[in-house]
Design a protein around this ligand. Structure first.
Ligand code: RB5
Length: 144
């Protein structure tokens, strides 16, 4: 069976954290599709949200991670797309619930709002937690 692929993207506000989380995801055994940005130079977060969304829509990646300064811009941008459930998480409980209840397919983090160890906990939970289905399935379907 092929390794699962995770698409990652960030703007300049999330660039440093993306570097660390990319290493973590590879250590967890995922193939990482790093869609930029590739430096701390100022860029526009919707462009990178779009790249990650397209990778998921096109089947090149199963899920994604987006990082910007607050996480807010990235989550707004990603959630404009049908079938995308991007969850802005601030701790491992929110990351776990985003998977269990919401079947979130993109984890969004704010580099300027949470510390790296917390971000790593979010990644760890998000990518090891299954969707619970059941009553949550009905609710998630209504989002579509
Ligand atoms: C960039 O300065 C900042 O606005 C961006 O990273 C993000 O926080 C937007 O929501």
């Amino acid at each position: 069976m092929s390794q699962k692929t995770i698409a990652v993207g960030a703007d300049h506000g999330g660039y440093e954290m993306k570097l660390d989380l990319t290493v973590q995801l590879r250590d967890m055994g995922f193939t990482v599709l790093d869609l930029g940005t590739d430096s701390a130079d100022s860029v526009d977060y919707p462009d990178f949200a779009e790249l990650v969304v397209k990778a998921i829509e096109g089947g090149e990646a199963e899920r994604g991670v987006l990082v910007c300064g607050s996480g807010i811009g990235m989550s707004i941008a990603a959630n404009r797309h049908k079938g995308i459930r991007a969850a802005l998480c601030s701790d491992e409980v929110s990351a776990e619930l985003a998977r269990q209840h919401n079947d979130a397919n993109i984890l969004v983090l704010g580099e300027r709002l949470i510390e790296l160890p917390v971000a790593k906990q979010c990644v760890s939970k998000f990518f090891s937690t299954e969707f619970e289905g059941g009553r949550h399935e009905r609710r998630v379907k209504k989002l579509g």
